[in-house]
Structure formats: C-alpha cells, structure tokens
Design a protein around this ligand. Structure first.
Ligand code: GDP
Ligand code: IMO
Ligand code: MG
Length: 431
C-alpha cells in the first residue's frame, strides 16, 4: 500500500500529465489537489491526443476514481465543457468515476475579468503573464473568506448570500478598474443552472479518501504547475496563486501528511517557462530555438511560446528539497538528441559571489548568472526508447550527472509523448 504524489519540479509543463496517466494504471484514485484550469496536461495514447485542464489525468482510464480536491479552484462552466469534450473522445465520466470536494471554491466570471483587467493595466515589469483564467482572484477570495463554494450551490438562499458577499468586495474593485458592473441576478441565475450539473459530483472528499486509504486503496495525487511557480517558494511575484509543492497534497484533499509515501518530481531534461519572471538559463540563440522546435514548446492553455533554456540542476536540487522528492521522472530526453554539447547549470554567480541556490529577492534572482558545466551530447536517437539498455552511453552519463547534482535518483524516464514510451527504473508504488 503506497500513495504517490506527482509534482512539477520546474516552471510547469514538465510532462506531469503523461506520467500521471502512465502511473494511474497502478492506482485506484487520482486526485488533483491545487491549481485550476490554468493547468494544461497533454496525454497521447496510441496516437490519440487528450488535453486536460481541470480533470485529473487518470480520467481516461476506466475503473478509476478521479477526484477534484478542495485545494483546487474550480470554474464549473469550464469543467462541464471539458467533461463534454472528453466524453466526445469516448471516455466515460459519471458521478461514480468523478468526485468534487464540497468545500472547493468556485472561479466565477468576475475572477477571469479581474485577472485580465489587472494584466492589461500592468506596467512593464509588473505583468505576471497569467493564463487569464481567474486563478489569482479566485484564491484571493478563498483566503478573504468570500468564495462561493461547491456546497453553496445546493441551497438557493445560501448561494444568493454568498454571491452578495463576493460582490460587495468586487463591485468597487470593478468600478475602479473601469469594468462594467456585474448583473447580480444574471450571475445567480447562471449559478443555479450550472448547479444542477455540478452537484451530482459533489462529495465529502476528505471522508471518502480517508476511508479508501484505510481500505488499502492506492491514491495518486496529481499536482499542477511546478515548484518554481509556488506562491511561497517560486520566483515571487511571477508565480501562480497556490502552493504547488508536495506538502499541499495533504491539505488539498483533507488528509494527514502521513498519507504521502512517495513524492515523484517531474523534471524536464532542459528548462522551459511560460509567462514573465526570472529564468537564469534562458537561451536566446540557436540552441534555445532548437529546444523549442524539437520539444514543441507551445503552451496548451494559451498557445504562448514557451521560453527555453539549459537544464538548471541548482534549481531542481532546490525544488527536490522543498517538495521532499523521493525520486524523479526525467522527461523529454529525446529533445536533447543531436546536440553536440549540453550545458548544465550547477550554481550562480551573483555579483561575483558563487551561490548553490537561487536567492529569494527578485532583484537578486534577476542578476544571477548561471555557472555551467559542459557534457558531450549524443548523435543517436533516444526517441521512443523503452528500455535503459536502448539509451546511448552519453545519454546515460548525462542522466547520472543530473542525479548527482540534484541529489535525487531517477525513478522513471520519458522518451516521447506516447504513453508507452516510458522507462521504469523504480516503481514509486512499490518503493
Ligand atoms: P504538464 O503540464 O506537466 O502535464 O505538461 P504538458 O502536457 O503541458 O507539456 C508537456 C508536453 O510534452 C506535452 O505536449 C507532452 O505530450 C509532451 N511530452 C511529454 N513527455 C514527453 C517526452 O518524453 N518527449 C517528448 N518529445 N514530448 C513529451
Ligand atoms: P501545468 O499544470 C506552466 C504560469 C503562467 C504565469 C503564472 C501565473 O500545465 O504545468 P496563473 O494563471 O496561474 O495566475 O499564472 O503561472 N502557469 C503555468 N505555466 N504550466 C502551468 O500549468 C501553469 N499554470 C500557470 O504562465 O506565468
Ligand atoms: Mg502543461
């Protein structure tokens, strides 16, 4: 019996969706514990592509329970559209296979509008480059104690009172930003309509999961984003608005920290980032272009081009520590095929001083210059490799050096977007 948490160990888009889908065969329950539909997870199964935002990546396998935990912020209209779209691809989704925590806060249209309006007026240097999906404002309302939560949809009087409480805060904000006033009655009517579609999935997730754990069921906790976008440990303020690191898995569904047996960090063989903020190993040259082209580095949610750079071992060592990573899944190794020389960042030069971690102050982060170590690349292809023995000697040397530098072993490897192009070194459920 083991429960595994999957977290991104860089700036998101490390290939979490593919790995969660692969591992979900070994799990009974797949639970999202933070973030919202800012996440974009792509699965490729026998050539068929599935794109998920709010639904857990285990949803395409039959016979599993998918869970949306209280740590998530949920846009109910988006979720229903996503369910319809995934059903259209032949996947069965019903209240038997999907459960939403009753204490999950909702993302309302006012949140997306506020998110986009703030980004629009932000001056150079203060724009975050958000996904525009209302994530930040929805989390602000959660900690401000004025969210409309899933359970509120069940009672009209409570729902109306919650909407009024939220609008008391949002009306003056909207006025100040020049956003037109919200039609309160229309919003209430929209919520009453969507309530009929959402409520069948609502459940006391904390209770169900604790009971299932006692009964010996295996839980796979699915993180979204990456540790460098964490609200506390990321490159603040250029971060998302939730805790992304593994500790959040417990609070994001209502379980104790003892429920977590293994933390799998998902690590891309190089580095990418979407949106603004510091990125020490970013490349603005042929190599960066090559990584972006070979890796098809375009955001799933916004279609934006992802910024690309060399692997940053100092950053990953740091995120492995803050998430307590047991082992990593090293993804997109195939994208490095054909490079003559590969660079790995092993630390930073900050105004002439050597650092082995990224400092906290934003101005210092921006001034950090990477210190590189060089390694020979390989001319052979690793694309589609399904066994360690299929890997070229220099690829193995690269992986081994990464393990040393990040002080964490490789448990899995991914060599293409396809589900089965995956190498298992250590089974996280059995470790
Ligand atoms: P996530 O947000 O962490 O789930 O990652 P995304 O799905 O946003 O981005 C990862 C992209 O890389 C997707 O298009 C995947 O299909 C693709 N991908 C995942 N693993 C591999 C791999 O090992 N090699 C290659 N070439 N692509 C991969
Ligand atoms: P997955 O789960 C990559 C980034 C945005 C922006 C910042 C804040 O696919 O890895 P937000 O809309 O959350 O307020 O935006 O966070 N961001 C992501 N970048 N992958 C993601 O998710 C992301 N989710 C948010 O680009 O820089
Ligand atoms: Mg993604």
């Amino acid at each position: 019996m083991a429960n595994v948490v999957v977290v991104g160990a860089q700036w998101g888009d490390e290939g979490k969706g593919k790995i969660v889908d692969w591992l979900s065969e070994r799990a009974d329950i797949i639970a999202r514990f933070q973030g919202g539909h800012n996440a974009g997870h792509t699965l490729v199964i026998d050539g068929k592509v599935y794109k998920l935002n709010a639904l857990p990546s285990g949803v395409v396998r039959g016979g599993k329970l998918s869970v949306i935990g209280n740590g998530v912020v949920l846009d109910p209209w988006h979720l229903i559209k996503e369910i319809e779209s995934i059903r259209g691809q032949g996947v069965e989704i019903s209240p038997e296979s999907l459960m939403i925590a009753e204490n999950t806060p909702l993302i309302l249209p006012i949140h997306g509008e506020l998110d986009r309006a703030r980004e629009e007026i932000a001056s150079k240097g203060t724009k975050i480059g958000t996904t525009g999906r209302g994530i930040g404002p929805a989390y602000e309302d959660k900690v401000g104690r004025r969210s409309v939560r899933v359970a509120d949809l069940a009672d009209d009087a409570t729902l109306e009172a919650r909407v009024d409480r939220a609008l008391q805060h949002h009306d003056p904000l909207r006025k100040g930003l020049g956003i037109e006033a919200i039609d309160r009655d229309a919003l209430v009517a929209q919520l009453k309509e969507i309530a009929k579609e959402i409520l069948p999935y609502a459940a006391p997730v904390w209770k169900v999961l604790n009971e299932k754990r006692k009964a010996g069921k295996r839980i796979l906790f699915e993180g979204a984003q990456g540790a460098l976008l964490d609200i506390d440990f990321g490159t603040y303020p250029f971060v998302t608005s939730s805790n992304v690191i593994a500790g959040q898995a417990a609070t994001g569904v209502g379980m104790g920290p003892g429920a977590i047996d293994y933390v799998l960090g998902i690590v891309k063989a190089y580095t990418t980032r979407v949106g603004e903020g510091p990125f020490p190993t970013e490349l603005d040259d042929e190599d960066g272009l090559r990584l972006g082209t070979r890796g098809h580095e375009f955001g799933t949610v916004t279609g934006r081009k992802r910024r690309c750079g060399w692997f940053d071992a100092a950053l990953v060592r740091q995120t492995c520590a803050t998430s307590g990573v047991t082992g990593i899944s090293f993804t997109k190794l195939d994208v490095l095929d054909g490079f003559e020389t590969l660079k790995i960042c092993v630390g930073y030069d900050l105004d002439g001083k050597a650092l082995d971690y990224l400092p906290t102050a934003a101005d210092e982060q921006a001034r950090c210059k990477p210190i590189y170590e060089e390694m020979p690349g390989w001319s052979e292809t690793t694309e589609g490799a399904r066994s360690w023995n299929d890997l070229p000697a220099n690829a193995i040397k690269y992986i081994k050096r990464v393990e040393e530098l990040i002080e964490c072993p490789v448990a899995m490897l991914s060599t293409s977007p396809e589900r089965e192009d995956t190498i298992l070194v250590t089974d996280p459920f059995e470790d």
